[in-house]
Design a protein. Sequence first.
Length: 94
Amino acid sequence: MKHSTIISIFALAAVISLLFIFSSAIKTSLLVILEWIHLNKVAGSLLYIIIFAACTSLLIPATFLTLAAGFIFPFPLSVIIVLFGSQLGMFIGV
C-alpha cells in the first residue's frame, strides 16, 4: 500500500474513534442547542440564517443544513430560513 493510503486509513479510524468517544457529549450539546432554539424562535432563526449564510459563502454544501432546518423549524418557517440564508450567503460570496 502507498504511504498516503495508510495515513488516510489511520486518520479515518481516528475520526471514527473520536466520534464514538465524544458521541454522548455531542448528543447532549445538540439537545441543548435544539432546546434553546425552541425557546427562542426569533433569535434561533436569525442565528440559523447567519450560520447558513456563512456555510454557503464558504462553499460548504448546504444539503445537511437544509435538512436540519426542516427538522428544527416548522414547514413554512424552515423554507423562509433556507431561502434567506442561501440568498445572504450568495450575496456575501459575490
